[in-house]
Every structure is written in structure tokens, then in C-alpha cells.
Design a protein around this ligand. Structure first.
Ligand code: SAM
Length: 232
């Protein structure tokens, strides 16, 4: 299942939902999604005017996309008034470090409506090289790692572990598709992370792999529809 299917299904639960995307790049996800209001945050957008025009003509929700060309921390510090009415669905796909992903989710939670949902991308790295801690994929590429394929998730998976361990008021599960989509929403935890939580700064990819299912509360993609029918 692709992230666009998960996000559109979440948006379709509401009339005129507000959607926030952190980390947008070329707008491949943002532009086709249909929402009442779309807010886009990225320090460097890479969306051509042609693409914007095509999207504008294709769907009315593309006629008023609000673009903020700033890092997510700056968006929340200076522009949060724009989301004071609340967010229905947020997608966190900005800087792929566990610290930033965790802060992005915490900031989204401040504006998330009570029944809102946050989806985090890149929570299941396909290999050790993809899971490298870095500020960009270019930084990992020059490390000449044996299994480097150009795919980079960073260590966002550690933010999911931290969310599960430290926020008993949140239910978090991770769909095993599209590099791992963690779904975060308010409510009782369906599978609390009780076993000893590893020290995140010391956690190695191989150790994570051995406990992936338990640490991330991994679910097969079809679980999403089951869960949605329960909460919708
Ligand atoms: C993987 S891309 C996003 C892809 C997009 N969400 C999609 O699905 O098509 C990651 C983006 O995060 C952006 N980014 C990096 N640091 C960021 C930050 N601190 N705040 C927001 N976005 C950031 C990068 O500029 C890049 O465009």
C-alpha cells in the first residue's frame, strides 16, 4: 500500500479536512491528494510552475495550497497561527533523524484535532545503510557502505520507539509497506511497549531488526482498513 492511499483514506473521513505535510520536495504526494486545505512545509521546494499549474487545473484543493519554505521548527515557531483551527491529517516526512521526526510529531500533536491522525514516513529501513544517521542522503552516499542503494530512511524508526515508550496516551502502529508508515493517534495503546526500551542513542540497526515487530508494533497493510473501519 502506498502512502497516498493511506493519507487519502484518512482525509476522506471528513468534509473539507485540513492536511499538513512536513517535507514535500517535488510535491509528488501533496499535489494529487484531495483535501479541504493543504499546508506544505519544506526548506527547499522543488516544484516547477508547470507542475503547479497542472495540479491547479486538476483539482480545486490545489488552488490555494499554502507553501511555507522554511524548516519545520521555524514553521511551528513563526507560523503556527495558520493551523490554530486544528489539523485533521499530518504527514511527517522532513529531516530523517529520530530527533527531528520526534519533535515534528510532538509539534503536530499540539495542533492535531482530537480525532486527527499523524502518519510518519520511512519508519522501516530496508537495510543498515538506509538507516544511517545523517543530515542528508548525500552524506550517507560518500560513506561507501556495502549495502547502500540510494534509499535513505535515516533513523526515524527510533522516533517511533520513543513515541511508543513515552506517550501512553497515543496509539502507534507501523504499517509494513512503503518504507514503513507509522500511524499515530490519540487513544489507548493496542500493544504497549513494556519490555525494556533500548537506549536509543546506543541502539544498533541489527539489534533493532531482531525486535522490529515489537518495537514498532508492526502491522500488515490490510490492518489499516480494519483499524479505519473501527475508528471512522
Ligand atoms: C523525502 S522528501 C519528501 C517527499 C514527499 N513527502 C513525498 O512523499 O513525495 C524529504 C524532504 O524533507 C525536506 N526537509 C529536510 N529538512 C527539513 C526540515 N527541517 N523541515 C521540513 N522539511 C525538511 C527536504 O528538503 C526534502 O524535500
Amino acid at each position: 500500500m502506498h502512502r497516498s492511499q493511506v493519507l487519502q483514506a484518512l482525509l476522506d473521513r471528513k468534509p473539507n479536512p485540513t492536511y499538513l505535510e512536513i517535507g514535500v520536495e517535488r510535491g509528488k504526494l501533496l499535489l494529487p491528494l484531495k483535501a479541504g486545505r493543504k499546508i506544505a512545509v519544506d526548506p527547499k521546494f522543488d516544484i516547477s510552475w508547470r507542475k503547479k499549474l497542472k495540479a491547479y487545473l486538476r483539482h480545486k484543493s490545489n488552488r490555494s495550497i499554502e507553501y511555507y519554505e522554511v524548516p519545520s521548527d521555524e514553521f511551528f515557531a513563526k507560523h503556527s497561527a495558520t493551523i490554530s483551527d486544528g489539523i485533521d491529517v499530518a504527514f511527517v516526512d522532513g529531516l530523517h533523524t529520530h530527533e527531528q521526526a520526534y519533535v515534528d510529531v510532538q509539534n503536530c500533536l499540539k495542533y492535531l484535532k482530537p480525532d486527527g491522525v499523524i502518519v510518519m514516513h520511512d519508519c522501516i529501513p530496508p537495510n543498515a545503510a538506509a538507516a544511517e544517521y545523517a543530515m542528508s542522503p548525500e552524506e550517507v552516499a560518500v560513506r561507501n557502505l556495502p549495502d547502500w542503494s540510494g534509499e535513505w530512511t535515516g533513523d526515524v524508526y527510533k522516533a517511533v520507539i520513543q513515541l511508543r515508550a513515552e506517550n501512553s496516551d497515543l496509539n502507534v502502529f507501523t504499517l509494513d509497506c512503503d518504507y514503513g508508515l507509522a500511524v499515530v493517534h490519540r487513544g489507548p495503546q493496542d500493544s504497549p511497549l513494556q519490555a525494556d526500551v533500548p537506549e536509543l542513542s546506543l541502539l544498533k540497526y541489527q539489534d533493532f531488526l531482531a525486535r522490529k515487530s515489537e518495537l514498532l508494533n508492526v502491522k500488515q497493510p490490510q490492518f489499516f482498513h480494519e483499524w479505519l473501519s473501527r475508528v471512522a
